[in-house]
Design a protein around this ligand. Sequence first.
Ligand code: AMP
Length: 219
Amino acid sequence: MSSQTAGPIHFGPFEVTPQVFLTTPHSFALVNLKPLLPGHVLVCPRQPHKRLTELTAPELTDLFQAVQRVQRMLARHYFTSPSQQSNNNNDDHDDHAVGTPEAGSFNIAIQDGVEAGQTVSHVHVHVIPRIRGSTAKEQAGPGDQIYESMAAEDGNVGGALWDRELRKLQQQLGKRPEPGGSFPSIEDSERHPRTAEEMEAEAKVFRNVLEQMGEEPRQ
Ligand code: AMP
């Protein structure tokens, strides 16, 4: 049985319909409000399960098939630069065709529960492309710190939304949400979440890439 319902799509408490670039019978993928790196997107079950152990076998299969489709789309969009190929001095970086998942790498992560850093209580798989010559581990920028960043202020969207939308209501709201996990950073909390327009534009780009690949972005 499909989990698909007509109408708006929610990620936890947030209505994210314009940010969604892929729907499948049990899952959807959306662009991120505060991406850690370019192409950082999320894949979620349509049912608002809080924890991974709540998913049925069909939901799990569908979720990770959607992750694979998103990887192929991101690879096609991001793993195409000739410069990333010329940076290829590692034997592991063999001659995979540009635009394929093997022409770069991915961080794929689930923070399953608040103690693991989960800030939105709706299961979501982080998919983060690592682009050779740009955002790969060996480049300047986050290497292995990506998981710390995810658990720290970079992923603290409760905090980001609080900053953006609710500063005026500080007295009523009380304490600002704290990020889960380690290494909170004051500097990161100053980062602004993206605008709805920016996110919609990116979702449109990703839908177009899927269509170019002969994929149906909405099911
Ligand atoms: P986690 O810390 O694992 O719960 O990750 C939450 C993720 O959701 C972060 O990457 C946030 O940037 C992202 N996020 C939170 N709210 C939204 C939203 N309204 N639209 C898109 N992404 C969001």
